[in-house]
Design a binder for this molecule. Structure first.
Ligand code: UD1
Ligand code: CA
Length: 515
């Protein structure tokens, strides 16, 4: 867009108070699909390849600055302070010191119009360049409901017929003018020297006592600089966010654009209406996204994965090719290896899981001890039985197995190929167990696996055998020791099993967590 003789400057107005949002957050930071509203506007501005982008901000400047920094956009813009909001014209006047001697064209945008596309702006700039190189082009529209907008008055005859004579704000308009349906979207492409000339001449003799940027139009015409309209039919593009209802509408429209993009890329989104995918998510070809799924910003998903229904993938999640994350499973800061499955009811936070692992229903990675978050690593081919709790920090070795309901206490560090069971989980040592117990467990396990329809097959059988064995042995141990049967009041929790199966160096595992 920028050329030597016609450099482009973009000014984004974003100092408005946004009182109707009923929030302390500067309006332009209201989130839309995982990023602040103004970031969407800056993206479109950047697509025009301008020399500079000036962003006019008011109160909450520090927060805007911090948010832009976080988005990696701070270096793309120059912030201009408008301490007091005295109108759109005043906001642009604040840029005058930064604009001394500027040539080419100046495009004006609003920070609260997140849906305007660069394509539309390109057409506006092209029109200005071709038909009014010393003048301006103004983006207009004719929405069903023109309330709140300035009305566009065109010359009806003469050599300027069809050009814009002026824009009249609703508060200043007569009933006849209010009946005009064509409105000012607030987006313009001005000849830069013309705008620099007009800005100091703005006055406040209007109903709101503000400096109206719209007055530049009549000033342009008076100076013999033509102002021509570009009427857009894309009414969704001109949604300006002034309240939470507008925000919800804008979010929906942005969301549909994001989903369309993924669909075009070959992502199988079964039900776009119930799928939430933020900005900046990458998804490989052929991956299925099932209904009621929420995927937050920055998540990366490989090819041939399946996500959902009812899944939440939070920031920091990476799914490698073929991974499957099913219903009521939440991932946060989780790297899930290729073809690993976590199909039901799990929380996987701050964890790296290798390839080909199976995460049983109801598995929880207890990553938070009340003060700090801790990391867990689960290696390739591990099998976590249903209802396993892994207290972080921890490691589960390759092809290790945990029994259903096992609580793997912090730093227990299950070794490769080991089987751990119980609460707190202990390593199961086949040799240590009595032959009788082994036989009993084996018989029971065989029965259980025949009766059960578990797809996990052999592994599930091992797990069940382990659990059964634990129970058998516990009884045997208690008997041998002549222990009194434990009595439990209804208010006490069952105590952890005094599991004698797994003594080898693993007894140091602690129960519970430190607060
Ligand atoms: C303005 C136009 C109106 C147009 C409407 C489209 C003027 C005088 N009127 O209305 O013709 O139909 O936009 O939405 O220009 N802002 C500042 N500083 C200020 C005032 C506003 O930065 O002192 C920013 C706001 O943050 C917002 C944009 O300018 O992004 C528009 O402000 P708003 O008050 O919504 O527009 P109006 O002046 O009512
Ligand atoms: Ca507005």
């Amino acid at each position: 867009m920028t050329s030597k003789d016609s450099p482009l400057t973009v000014i984004i107005l974003a100092a408005g108070l946004g009182k109707r949002m009923k929030s302390d957050l500067p309006k332009v930071l209201a989130p839309i699909c995982g990023r602040p509203m103004v970031a969407w506007v800056i993206d479109e501005a950047l697509a025009l390849k301008p020399e500079r982008i000036l962003l006019v901000v008011g109160h909450g400047r520090e927060r805007v600055e911090a948010a832009l920094h976080e988005q990696g956009l701070l270096s793309s813009v120059e912030l201009v302070m408008q301490a007091e909001q005295r109108g759109t014209g005043h906001a642009v006047q604040m840029c005058l010191p930064a604009l001394k001697g500027v040539r080419g064209r100046i495009v004006i945008l609003y920070g609260d119009m997140p849906l305007l596309r660069a394509e539309t702006l390109r057409s506006l700039c092209a029109l200005q360049r071709q038909s009014a190189p010393r003048g301006a082009a103004i983006l207009t529209a004719s929405p069903e409901d023109a309330r709140g907008f300035g009305r566009v008055l065109r010359y009806g005859s003469g050599e300027r017929q069809g050009q814009v004579e002026k824009v009249v704000e609703e508060r200043d308009a007569s009933p006849e003018i209010r009946a005009v349906r064509e409105v000012n979207t607030g987006v313009y492409c001005f000849d830069a020297p013309g705008l620099l000339e007009a800005l100091p001449r703005l006055a406040t003799d209007n109903a709101q006592g503000e400096y109206y940027l719209t007055d530049c139009i009549s000033l342009f015409q008076a100076a013999g600089r033509p102002v021509i309209p570009l009427e857009t039919a894309e009414l969704d593009e001109i949604i300006g966010v002034n309240n939470l209802k507008h925000l919800a509408e804008a979010r929906w429209a942005v969301q549909m654009r994001i989903l369309e993009q993924h669909l075009m890329n070959g992502v199988r989104i079964e039900d776009p209406a119930t799928t939430y995918i933020d900005h900046g998510v990458t998804i490989g070809v052929g991956t299925k996204i099932l209904p009621c799924t929420v995927i937050r910003g920055g998540v990366r998903i490989g090819t041939g994965c399946e996500v959902g229904p009812f899944t939440q993938l939070r920031p920091g999640t990476v799914l490698e090719d073929g991974a499957e994350i099913g219903n009521f499973t939440e991932c946060k800061n989780a790297r899930i290896g290729g073809h690993t499955k976590a199909k039901h009811l799990a929380y996987l936070g701050d964890v790296t899981i290798g390839a080909g692992a199976n995460v049983g229903a109801g598995t929880i990675i207890a990553n938070y001890d009340g003060v700090k978050k801790h990391k867990t690593t689960i290696h390739d081919g591990a099998f976590l039985g249903s209802g396993t709790v892994v207290v972080a920090p921890n490691t589960i070795g390759a092809k290790a197995t945990t029994g259903a309901g096992a609580v793997v206490t912090r730093n227990a560090n299950v070794g490769a190929g080991e089987v751990w069971i119980g609460v707190p989980a202990r390593r199961l040592e086949r040799r240590a167990a009595g032959a009788a117990a082994d036989r009993a467990a084996g018989a029971k396990a065989a029965g259980a696996s025949a009766a059960g329809a578990s797809a996990a097959g052999a592994k599930a059988a091992v797990t069940k055998a382990a659990v059964t064995k634990a129970a058998v042995t516990k009884a045997a141990v208690a008997k041998a020791a002549g222990a009194q049967p434990r009595t439990r009041s209804s208010t006490t929790q069952p105590r952890p099993a005094a599991n004698k199966l797994s003594l080898g160096g693993r007894q140091t595992a602690k129960t519970g967590r430190k607060r």
